[in-house]
Ligand binder design. Structure first.
Ligand code: FES
Length: 153
């Protein structure tokens, strides 16, 4: 990863990309989603403060563990005066996200187990395939032929 001299206080999108490892398109996306911000030069080019490096690292680390961008944005927005997340911020937020991650892993484990039943089947039956009809939504409304009646309406 290229180092950026300390005396440089603002980064171009290319510098931010090469230093953070995030694609330029990803940085534009992060900015559109309010995760990072830049100022525009007179030539309408983006310039990022050095703290954008840490914000991008924060976003990418959270994304790697599957935290949705909206949740990451909310976490960043809670920081006073939109400051850059500190080591303590990351420790606190990652602790909270751990429970969310555990729940997701449990859910994925269940889906994997159900998928095992589907491998080689292909029926996608609303009556018997758990992946096709999770939580038996149709079964709670009515049984069997009721589905056909609903479709005719
Ligand atoms: S595809 Fe047949 S049980 Fe899921």
């Amino acid at each position: 990863m290229p180092q950026i001299p300390e005396k440089i206080h603002e980064l171009t999108v290319g510098q931010l990309s090469s230093r953070s490892g995030a694609a330029v398109s990803a940085l534009h996306f992060y900015e559109a989603k309010g995760l990072i911000s830049s100022r525009r030069t007179s030539g309408n080019q983006r310039r990022y403060g050095r703290d954008a490096l840490r914000r991008v690292a924060f976003v990418r680390a959270a994304q790697r563990v599957g935290i949705p961008l909206a949740t990451i944005r909310d976490a960043l927005a809670e920081l006073p005066e939109e400051r850059t997340p500190t080591r303590e911020d990351w420790a606190r937020l990652s602790e909270n996200w751990r429970a969310e991650l555990d729940a997701r892993i449990l859910q994925l484990g269940r889906l994997r187990d159900h998928l095992t039943d589907c491998i080689g089947c292909g029926c996608l039956s609303l009556e018997t395939c758990v992946l096709s009809n999770p939580d038996d939504v149709f079964g709670e409304r009515a049984s069997g032929s009721r589905l056909l009646v609903e479709k005719k309406k």
